[in-house]
Ligand binder design. Structure first.
Ligand code: 5AD
Ligand code: SF4
Length: 466
């Protein structure tokens, strides 16, 4: 992969200067922000950077939207449903702004990177103060300063292909967090809008990634998820993804490494070896298959066949102890026949995913698939979604019952459910299976050994080992 311009603290002087001026101006005002993020982990992580910049401007986090002086929506456009929700939520702020004209309303993220959509939103909602795209994230304080002086700002530009380092981050979690390793995507799957709104693939330097991981582990994080639209295509000079994993694995400390998302076309035997041999790398892989029909995979421009996918699954299962696979599916892609869909059911049955996320195909303007003929009626998409979900659930229950009872593993406790008669702690095994076991909130953020005693729907039941 080509190397791109790296913007570090020195290149962010205008951003930090604007933040400083806002901070001085705002001192003692007790300004609060409310950030709502839609969509994937990449967006969630961007929202953490926005929070970091807002805190540098002197804002603190509001408990609720009603307490906020600044409301920001970080949007997603992967499917139409995500877009509709945003328009609805923004419309609902009109009254708030009338009552409190000092309120600053911002809309950013993938949906706003589509220039026509951003223009439409900016015109339709005159009470929105700032609209900006994904390539403007690091300039947010500059835009905010303008808005605070009464200007309405819209800023959407093409990517200059840069990688931005050194932005402040306020992380949502205290024990599990994200580290971005690549930005953008070059794959152009025919249904997908991501390459258009996130720009070309660009990798961060291994040095920056390893330093960030080291610092997070020092702060006490127990789980680091390396993020990219296609982590397998990570490359910086002669460091590829398996080599990066090896370097991250060498960071000292008691923590786990996860990564997502992997593309089957680029999943190499070296990556499988890295998963099998590196002690901190979890035995789980999210490997979206999208469809089980070769005709549909080809129309989707996925660049693999169902046979290739089966071979990968076999190789992973053979090498990586106790591995679990999760996947994404799209049903109702243009031209998908009943036979194509049955191939998908057959693939799902044969692989047996430990979790599967099934989506109805949603045409995205500007993508190749949106222009294809023989789009599938909504009722057919819905019906296939239900059938595939039922098929996956059936598989899963049978697999859970057979495989897990009597085994043990380590859970990173994420939370605690106190609604039932006894308090149940919950969290995931290294292979991403969710386990519930008797335990209190003091366990949250801890790695606990548990014995698996039973199963329940998609998850497992256990007890603390001695
Ligand atoms: N319609 C439906 N699902 C989509 N995805 C991506 N684009 C679309 C679309 N246009 C799904 C894919 C991907 C996941 C993140 O979202 O399954 O893996
Ligand atoms: Fe979209 Fe395909 Fe890139 Fe994933 S790999 S972000 S599905 S274009």
């Amino acid at each position: 992969m080509e190397k791109f311009v790296e913007i570090t603290a020195a290149g962010l002087q205008d951003t930090f200067a604007a933040a400083d001026r806002i901070l001085k101006e705002m001192q003692g005002c007790g300004r609060k922000y409310y950030v709502e993020s839609y969509g994937c982990q990449m967006n969630e992580h961007d929202a953490e950077k926005i929070a970091g910049m807002l805190q540098a401007c002197g804002y603190s986090k509001a408990e609720t939207k009603n307490d906020a002086n600044l409301i920001l929506y970080n949007t997603c456009c992967i499917r139409e449903h995500a877009e509709k929700r945003v328009f609805g939520n923004i419309g609902a702020l009109k009254k708030r702004k009338e009552e409190d004209p000092g309120l600053i309303i911002c809309v950013c993220g993938c949906m706003m990177q589509q220039k026509a959509v951003a223009d439409r939103l900016f015109k339709r909602f005159p009470f929105v103060d700032i609209v900006f795209g994904t390539h403007e994230l690091h300039r947010f304080p500059i835009l905010l300063e303008k808005a605070l002086s009464g200007e309405r700002v819209i800023s959407v530009r093409e990517s200059d292909g840069e990688v931005v380092e050194d932005l402040p981050v306020i992380r949502n979690g205290s024990f599990s967090t994200f580290v971005t390793i690549t930005y953008g995507c070059n794959n152009f799957c025919s249904y997908c809008i991501v390459p258009y709104v996130r720009g070309r693939e660009r990798s961060r330097s291994p040095e920056n990634i390893v330093n960030e991981v080291r610092e997070l582990v020092r702060q006490g994080y127990k789980e680091i998820t390396l993020l990219g639209q296609n982590v397998n295509s990570y490359r910086y000079d002669d460091v590829d993804f398996p080599e990066l994993l090896r370097q991250v694995n060498e960071v000292e400390g008691d923590f786990r490494i996860r990564f997502m998302t992997s593309h089957p076309k680029d999943l190499s035997p070296r990556l499988i070896d890295a998963m099998a041999t590196l002690d901190k790398v979890c035995n789980h892989i999210h490997l979206p298959v999208q469809s089980g029909s070769n005709a549909i995979l080809s129309a989707m421009n996925r660049k693999y066949t169902r046979e290739k996918y089966f071979a990968l699954v076999d190789a992973i299962r053979e090498k990586v102890d106790g591995v679990e696979l999760t996947s994404d599916f799209i049903v109702g892609f243009p031209g998908e026949t009943e036979e194509d869909f049955e191939d998908t059911l057959d693939l799902a049955r044969r692989v047996g995913f430990s979790a599967a996320y099934v989506f109805m195909y949603s045409p995205r303007a500007g993508t190749k698939a949106a222009k294809m003929e023989n789009q599938i009626p909504e009722e057919v998409k819905k019906e296939r979604l239900l059938r595939l979900n039922a098929c996956n659930a059936e598989q899963l229950q049978a697999a859970n019952a057979g495989k897990y009872v009597g085994t043990n593993g380590t859970v990173l406790v994420e939370g605690c459910d106190t609604r039932g008669p006894s308090s149940m702690a919950y969290g995931k095994l290294t292979n991403f299976k969710m386990v519930y076991f008797p335990g209190g909130p003091e366990l949250i953020g801890k790695l606990c050994r548990v014995n698996i005693t039973d199963t329940q729907n998609n998850s497992l039941i256990g007890e603390l080992a001695d």
